[in-house]
Design a protein around this ligand. Structure first.
Ligand code: DHE
Length: 508
């Protein structure tokens, strides 16, 4: 702004000259850039890539409505360092800022090896000789709880349900954290692409790195040596060393047809000893061999196999053997089944609404392997036989659900009713009869969601998904409440044992 004032003070001739030379600029936009530099850049970065505060690019903001963004600027955000600007900025200035941050920058910001390396921080040295935790609890029965209300993570003892640690995370962690095969380390990713390594034996953060500008999720290789980060921005997959989070490889997400694409998500296909991923903007499935698999096959590490799909997918589920993948996309009317070995699409499952395949779980029903998936648009859970891909039952629920969970040692599956007037309910389904046998309502009027069992399947932990929420511990047999632990919007919880053993009842 100061620069413009200087130019203008040189007189009318200069102004006319300038108007001819400059591209047309809407006055409000120019003001907004200056306002951003003055009030926001210090925390959110001059390039809007984030700093102490989150990135403010349209890709990173797509989950935040513009009206809400205006309210955050005016009133600040509780439990964060975001102050209220309502007293300093007019309504018009706030509106101009909102417009500015939802407008893509003129150039796609660069985030390559150099930027990733510069962001990497080693925070604590780890002692590889440490064979047990420095506290008295079963390290394999710990729960990692992501609290998105104030962006913290809690570590719970899965036997006593005492909180062992609580630490600040990066803004907006998303997806399941991933564990090293021995369960000692856990890795998180934030929507802004920050990856954090945490030591569950010493209860301290070990290292962090920003692997992307807008990330989807992470996956751990079967040998525990590599962490894959699926990014929306830039369009790539970043492979990190789990030891120190340094970059091993960056794979640009460009399809066989040359289309640059976001990566929908990446998973560890443990039995195949590979990473499997799907592109969001091109009909393509990827398999990347890792560790011993690559060596045995005489391939270069991280060799990429591509399979063409009938259409791009954004939600998918793998059976326990990772031989088959069910995939769907918005508007697809069901899911396709891919034979991962042959690369052939072998079936179509006609599911209505919006199945949430990513939350699927499997078990054996009447001797047949089945998977169940909730539905984000309709009050139903579909149970699908995985031997012939027929729908064996559609269970009517009190509303659309987000998550579904079970455990090998319980005959029940727990399903939330995430959307609608019954969002305070939790259905319990008998995996033998496929009937709802009980509906819990532990926090009337509040959203109750996401379940995780302890390693023995004896207790089910349920989130009260509110800012002043809680994790409720239930006896998995009697459905009686045992304990309520206050938490700040505990979006997800993850049991170390269930995760590292790839329990059929939980997400992988
Ligand atoms: Fe998620 C997992 C995609 C919105 C909470 N979500 C995942 C995974 C994917 C995904 C691909 C699996 C990653 C993994 O665990 O490795 N999520 C998407 C979307 O495409 C969607 C619909 C839109 C988006 O904005 O990205 C979406 N997700 C949400 C939310 O709005 C939720 C409810 C709140 C939040 O924190 O953002 C949400 N997603 C979760 C959680 C998991 C998750 C808690 C891990 C579930 C688990 O138990 O493993």
């Amino acid at each position: 702004m100061r620069m413009w004032r200087g130019v203008l003070s040189r007189g009318k001739t200069a102004l006319i000259f300038l108007l001819f030379l400059s591209p047309p600029v809407v006055a409000g936009e120019m003001d907004a850039a200056a306002l951003f530099r003055e009030h926001c850049a210090e925390c959110h970065g001059a390039d809007r890539l984030g700093g102490a505060g989150p990135a403010l690019l349209p890709q990173n903001l797509h989950r935040l409505r513009k009206k809400r963004a205006a309210r955050v600027i005016a009133n600040g955000r509780a439990s964060t360092q975001m102050p209220a600007f309502g007293g300093k900025l007019s309504k018009e200035q706030i509106a101009a800022l909102v417009k500015y941050i939802y407008t893509p920058p003129p150039h796609v910001p660069e985030w390559g090896r150099k930027q990733i390396a510069a962001s990497r921080r080693i925070i604590a040295r780890t002692d590889p000789g440490l064979k047990a935790p420095l506290f008295d609890a079963d390290p394999l029965n710990l729960f990692v709880v992501v609290e998105s209300g104030d962006h913290h993570v809690s570590i719970l003892d899965g036997d006593t349900f005492k909180r062992l640690a609580r630490f600040k995370s990066h803004f907006a962690l998303h997806g399941g954290p991933k564990f090293s095969p021995d369960g000692r380390f856990v890795f998180f990713v934030s929507r802004d692409g920050w990856v954090t390594k945490f030591d569950l034996y010493t209860l301290e953060i070990v290292a962090e790195v920003r692997a992307g500008i807008n990330a989807r999720n992470i996956a751990m290789s079967e040998d525990g040596e590599t962490l894959a980060v699926a990014n929306y921005l830039p369009h790539n997959m970043v492979l990190l060393s789990t030891r120190d989070l340094s970059v091993k490889k960056i794979i640009p997400a460009v399809s066989m047809d040359g289309v640059s694409s976001r990566v929908s998500a990446v998973y560890q296909a443990r039995p195949r000893r590979s990473f499997v991923a799907v592109l969001k903007d091109a009909p393509e499935f990827w398999e990347i061999s890792t560790g011993a698999n690559a060596k045995e096959a005489g391939k270069r590490p991280f060799a990429l196999r591509r399979v063409r799909l009938p259409e791009p997918l954004d939600d998918f589920f793998f059976d326990q053997s990772y031989r088959h993948m069910l995939g769907s996309a918005r508007g697809m009317k069901g899911a396709i089944v891919l034979d991962v070995d042959s690369g052939e699409t072998i079936a179509h499952v006609p599911l209505s609404g919006l199945p949430h395949l990513g939350s699927g779980i499997t078990w054996t029903w009447k001797g047949r392997p089945v998977m169940a998936t909730p539905n984000l648009a309709r009050g139903r859970i579909s149970v699908i036989a995985m031997d012939d891909w027929s729908i064996v039952k559609t269970i009517r629920t009190d509303g659309p659900g987000f998550f579904l969970r079970s455990h090998e040692n319980t005959p029940y599956a727990w399903a939330d009713v995430f959307f609608g007037p019954h969002r305070d309910e939790m259905h319990i389904i008998d995996k033998r009869t496929l009937e709802i046998v009980r509906t819990l309502n532990p926090a009337p009027g509040k959203t109750v969601a996401h379940v995780e069992f302890d390693r023995y399947g004896k207790h089910a932990l349920v989130s009260v998904w509110e800012k002043d929420g809680a994790v409720i511990v239930f006896d998995a047999k009697t459905f009686k409440e045992i304990k309520r632990i206050p938490m700040s919007k505990p979006v997800g919880k993850y049991n170390v044992f269930n995760k590292i053993t790839f329990s059929a009842g939980t997400s992988h």
